[in-house]
Design a protein around this ligand. Structure first.
Ligand code: GLP
Length: 228
């Protein structure tokens, strides 16, 4: 695992955007794993005007269960607002789990298969939850996990309450699994701000434990963590 430290969120975002743009220059059909949350916003802002993305394939890491794509707090809305509405990308190449699917288990299987059919994730960008979650893989998740429905922890729902009216965050989500993430050819972690200090320190400690999901990344040989 490589580490890069930045003196500001601004420079972290600029470098993350460079990595993303370079991976598209290296392979215009690259398969990207894409995160949501506050941290990647600066990266997306810097990517939108520079991206020749037509053939890029994207898979979002996760989505809430029970809210539709046009819900203001859905990750689908987030992705359109911050990225997809501003770039030229073939809509057929954009993948986000459907949290409204009538059969959620079938939706998870479909999503995992679509990633496999695309030749697995090429470059996956990850945010870091305060409790070390990646995607919505909460503490205790087996490292062998694949795309599935998960229960969100109280702390994660609290951290994401801001966007939901009355703080009513869905209790479940669909997330790609830790094994799905580890299948990526390259992984870029973005972690910024005081609320992530503890999680960053724990990741730096080298401990590998299912109680700290991000520690699975120590098992991968091409991971870079960009942090402030
Ligand atoms: C949510 C997302 C994660 C993201 C995390 C951190 O829980 N499901 O994929 O990494 O939030 O978000 P933030 O960057 O807002 O701290």
């Amino acid at each position: 695992m490589k580490w890069q430290w930045y003196d500001s969120y601004y420079s972290l975002s600029a470098h993350a955007a460079q990595i993303l743009l370079q991976s598209i220059r290296d392979d215009p059909r690259v398969v990207l794993g894409l995160p949501t949350g506050r941290t990647p916003v600066g990266m997306y802002e810097r990517v939108v005007n520079e991206c020749s993305c037509h053939d890029v394939v994207t898979f979002n890491l996760d989505e809430y269960v029970g809210i539709s794509c046009d819900h203001p707090a859905s990750y689908c809305t987030y992705m359109h607002r911050h990225l997809f509405d501003h770039i030229e990308i073939d809509e057929a190449n954009v993948h986000i789990p459907d949290g409204m699917a009538p059969d959620l288990d079938a939706e998870c299987e479909r999503y995992e298969r679509a990633i496999a059919d695309a030749g697995r994730l090429g470059v996956t960008f990850l945010g870091l939850g305060q409790n070390g979650h990646i995607g919505f893989n909460e503490p205790g998740t087996p490292f062998t996990s694949r795309t599935r429905v998960v229960e969100l922890t109280h702390s994660t729902r609290l951290a994401n309450a801001g966007l939901f009216e009355g703080g009513r965050v869905p209790e479940r989500a669909i997330t790609i699994g830790i094994a799905t993430i580890l299948d990526s050819k390259r992984i870029v972690v973005l972690a910024s701000g005081d609320s992530k200090r503890e999680a960053i320190a724990r990741l730096r400690s080298g401990e590998v434990s299912e109680e700290f999901p991000a520690s699975a990344l120590h098992k991968h040989d091409n991971v870079i963590v960009l942090t402030t």
